[in-house]
Ligand binder design. Structure first.
Ligand code: SAM
Length: 455
């Protein structure tokens, strides 16, 4: 199981680190890939979406059912089973107005447009609503030319996201790297943007509509961030789920290889401690631990790419003498490890991708956490354990994960006290009513008490 590295990297900038200072990190290699020239891109072939031909926004009508109210209240994702009527000849990426019954009363046949979104006949998300009309009624989006409507929506949502980050103090003297745009949390499902190193905006596309409207997205973003270099990244597995196959080799987009690493400043955690960073990825936790005077950190990850960047990051900061790494499966490592640690971080990939896998995954979380706690110093220490499975994070209002850790601690015969539960940083905005799965990350910080008596 593997999480897209970009996500892992971004997650390394979350409040999980907010109790540390700021070492420098080299930008992960996949962020260094491609810079785009928006001007040049305009000359290239535009999207295959038919919005450029059509002059008014067609309507998709939803069924009257238990979900109707949720759409009136702002739900963003429309599944095919919710759709009653669709105009003919709609293509993937076309802008549509979403019309829903105003009441659950079958005698009331009135409908109202709740939002404007993008249609995709090949995805389980038949329409992703990009802008709700009840909050933006003055725009009169549904009567606009589709192309203008899309640019208006993009600009509106990018402006709002920027304002949200400014309000929470981003960028700050502590960090020039943060999430500017967080998919559904900011109103555009399938699109995320990270600001990296203060001068690069990395756009992450995981929906067909983003690919089809790439140049509009880039143009609108460049208007909002005129000084930034824009880098376009995709998540191929999620694009495939959305019915979009990336061309083998795209020669339509002018590219420039960026050989120069981008250096970012990051928040950072530990003092006089021996630290174990399990699933260390590029070393967000490890670097911060050393920066905060850890005596030694060991990072463990099964990915070669992750370990390569981890090593580069250690060098970049001059931390080689206090950091080492092991490329290994963490279960194998933990079972054969004879060392004990004062601080242990456990941040495994998403082990429960859905509710149906939760029981099996919770057994795995329990055994990983038990093994990790068995490596804790007999004098006690700090244990930070994470889950990035929304099924785990959300079950029983978050208590299920904490109970799983509690059970693991009993099996490891270690007494633990919960210090703090946190999630993603505020720049990873969420939209609980319309996209509950956005609440996926839990980082639980425990104090592990000294081992008592004989074992
Ligand atoms: C959630 S990310 C870790 C993010 C990292 N702690 C950070 O904040 O940047 C999960 C990491 O686990 C690694 N991984 C996945 N399965 C693993 C396994 N069985 N053993 C060791 N590492 C694994 C992946 O390579 C990935 O780097």
């Amino acid at each position: 199981m593997f999480i897209h590295p970009a996500r892992c990297f971004v997650r390394s900038l979350t409040t999980k680190h907010s109790f540390l200072l700021a070492p420098q990190q080299i930008l992960p290699r996949h962020y260094q890939a491609t810079r785009l020239f928006v001007g040049a891109l305009e000359e290239t072939k535009e999207s295959t979406a038919s919005t450029t031909e059509s002059k008014s926004i067609p309507r998709v009508t939803l069924k009257r059912n238990r979900q109707t109210k949720a759409f009136r209240d702002g739900t963003q994702l429309v599944f095919s089973k919710s759709i009653d009527k669709t105009p003919k000849k709609l293509q993937s990426g076309d802008l549509v107005a979403v019309d829903v019954p105003v009441s659950n009363d079958a005698n009331n046949t009135q409908t109202t447009v709740v939002g404007v979104g993008v249609y995709n006949p090949d995805s389980m998300y038949r329409v992703r609503i990009l802008c709700h009309t009840f909050l933006n009624a003055d725009l009169k989006l549904e009567s606009m030319d589709p192309e203008i409507a899309l640019s208006t929506i993009l600009k509106l949502q990018f402006d709002k996201a920027l304002e949200t980050r400014r309000t929470i103090g981003l960028p700050s003297s502590d960090t020039d790297t943060f999430r500017l745009f967080n998919g559904e949390g900011d109103g555009l499902s399938g699109l995320a943007v990270d600001i990296v190193g203060g001068n690069t905006a990395v756009i992450m596309s995981s929906a067909a509509w983003c690919q089809l409207h790439q140049s509009s997205i880039l143009k609108s973003l460049q208007e909002v961030l005129p000084e930034m270099d824009l880098v376009w990244k995709t998540t191929p597995s999620r694009l495939r789920q959305d019915g979009y196959e990336e061309p083998e080799e795209s020669d339509e987009v002018p590219e420039e290889e960026n050989e120069e690493p981008v250096i970012v400043t990051e928040n950072a955690l530990c003092d006089g401690k021996k630290v174990l960073d399990l699933c260390c990825y590029h070393g967000g936790f490890s670097l911060n631990a050393v920066k905060n005077n850890a005596v030694h950190v060991t990072g463990v990850d099964s990915s070669k790419d992750a370990i390569d960047t981890y090593t580069e990051n250690a060098k970049l900061n001059g931390f080689e003498d206090r950091i080492d790494f092991v490329r290994s499966d963490i279960s194998t490592f933990m079972k054969s490890c004879n060392e004990k640690y004062d601080v242990i971080v456990l941040d495994p990939p998403k082990l429960a991708p859905s509710m149906s896998t939760l029981n099996k995954a919770s057994r795995k979380y329990k055994s990983l956490n038990k093994d990790a706690l068995e490596l804790m110093s007999n004098d006690g220490g700090i244990f930070m354990t994470c889950t990035c499975s929304s099924a785990m994070t959300q079950k029983d209002g978050g208590n299920f994960f904490l109970q799983t850790i509690q059970q693991a601690s009993l099996s490891a015969r270690r007494e633990i006290t919960l210090l703090r539960v946190s999630g993603a940083a505020p720049c990873h905005t969420q939209s609980p009513a319309s996209f509950p799965a956005g609440n996926y990350l839990t980082a639980a910080l425990f104090y592990v008490k000294p081992k008592s008596g004989t074992d």
